[in-house]
Ligand binder design. Structure first.
Ligand code: DMJ
Length: 429
């Protein structure tokens, strides 16, 4: 199975190489390419490089690494989204640096980190959404907990590797700032203004826009031993389990409630929410993780591939489509690692055959705009190579390929090492 997944990775990467080389993303149906900001930041090669290294694809990795270190420049007059650039590019560069010790990758990461730092210069310390990589100007004050709280693994690692504390301190201050604005019942909302510090949407959930905020509370404790994060994680997970979890005849789900009253506002669960079993099991709650993964898997098998969002009371589709997301596969991988239960590898077999059946095309893999019957669209996001196929591979790979005790994955599946030092023996914060 690991070899089969690896072959599918090579199929997708070869299509990128042939039709989209030096660009951000491959367009798998038109066999073209797309750059997020009109000029390329090498999104796919940077996001995919550590997967190639882990898969032992030495020639592909060497070529991608060479492309990155010789052509990638962040000195560009473009506004970029801090969250996406941090999790995909900064995370990818840091992880690849730790795997290769190629100092040119760390130099790029350091340069990128410095260009992103102005995002934190808001009255609350919470980051603006976008920053101009050349001028440092920022814009867009309305954001969400995920975009505020999903930065510390990457910025903290950069501090550890460069000895510059500013990265850790600013990202930590932002994380604490959003946590401090939780409601009296311990929940955060969906949208907040970083200038006023006021919530602009009080719906609470674990889905996109909040998801990885919780993930990073736990993982920053695991990666850095940060006891503030440990405390914030324990307080938050208790509220999430108390107010968002719901036992139904079709299984355990997590829905949407008002952050102040805990009153349920909708009963939706989606592909993005399926990251939560991984976080639960990493936090030690194997029982809930198992039950939620069973629910998420039933969402996949009910339709042949998972839809973006369902109403779990009726098991009907609320948002159609599948954009090659990794989360339910990520959770199967974590559950297998922690329990050794073969049922999670069985799930992996189902995921791979669905992916091949519905999404595999001549030039890589295509997202779906509709899932039943599958209708493909001209998109292959870089997380297919960074996350989806990486987690699927690791589910079947030799146990020594990656050790969850010594590494922590960022939210884009870039493994960051515990206790690693910088080039001059610099230590962390
Ligand atoms: C990825 O960019 C990351 O996993 C992020 O945390 C959520 N969305 C996508 C994958 O679905």
């Amino acid at each position: 199975m690991a070899a089969r997944v690896r072959a599918e990775f090579v199929h997708a990467w070869s299509a990128y190489r042939r039709y989209a080389w030096e660009h951000d993303d491959l367009l798998p149906l038109s066999k073209g390419h797309h750059d997020w900001y009109g000029q390329s930041l090498l999104m796919t090669p940077v996001d995919a490089l550590d997967t190639m290294i882990l898969m032992g694809l030495d020639n592909e990795a060497r070529e991608a690494q060479q492309l990155i270190v010789t052509t990638l420049s962040f000195d560009r007059d473009i506004y970029v989204k801090n969250f996406e650039i941090t999790i995909r590019l900064l995370g990818g560069l840091l992880s690849s640096y730790e795997l290769t010790r190629d100092e040119r990758l760390l130099k790029l990461a350091n340069d990128l980190g410095r260009r992103l730092l102005p995002v934190f210069d808001s009255p609350t310390g919470m980051p603006y959404v976008e920053v101009n990589l050349r001028t440092g100007k920022t814009r867009k004050a309305e954001t969400n907990p995920a975009e505020i709280g999903t930065l510390l693994l990457e910025f903290g690692t950069l501090s550890k590797l460069t000895g510059n504390r500013a990265f850790y301190d600013k990202a930590k201050r932002a994380l604490v700032a959003i946590y401090d604005r939780r409601s009296p019942i311990g929940l955060v909302g969906s949208s907040i203004n970083v200038e006023t510090g006021r919530w602009t949407d009080s719906t609470s959930h674990i889905s996109g826009g909040i998801d990885s905020y919780y993930e990073y509370l736990l993982k920053c404790w695991k990666l850095f031993g940060d006891q503030d994060c440990e405390r914030m994680w324990h307080t938050s997970i208790a509220s999430v389990n108390r107010y968002l979890a719901k036992d139904t005849p079709s299984g355990l789900w997590y829905g949407q409630v008002n952050m102040r009253t805990g009153k349920r506002v909708s009963e939706h669960f989606g592909a993005l929410d399926a990251f939560f079993p991984a976080v639960l099991v990493l936090g030690g709650d194997v029982e809930r993780a198992r039950r939620l993964e069973a629910s998420a898997f039933s969402m996949w098998t009910a339709f042949g591939v998972e839809p973006e969002t369902i109403d779990y009371r009726t098991m009907s589709i609320v948002d159609d489509g599948y954009v090659l997301r990794p989360e339910v596969i990520e959770s199967a991988y974590y559950l297998y690692e922690f329990t050794g239960d073969e049922r999670y590898r069985e799930m992996g077999r189902t995921f791979l055959s669905s992916l091949i059946r519905c999404c595999r095309v001549d030039a890589g893999y295509a997202a779906l705009s509709k899932i039943d019957p599958p209708k493909q669209r001209d998109q292959m996001q870089s997380f297919l190579l960074a996350e989806t196929l990486k987690y699927l591979y690791l589910l079947f790979a030799d146990p020594g390929t990656l050790d969850l005790q010594s590494s922590v994955f960022n939210t884009e599946a870039h493994p960051l090492k515990r206790g690693v030092q910088g080039p001059q023996g610099t230590r962390g914060p």
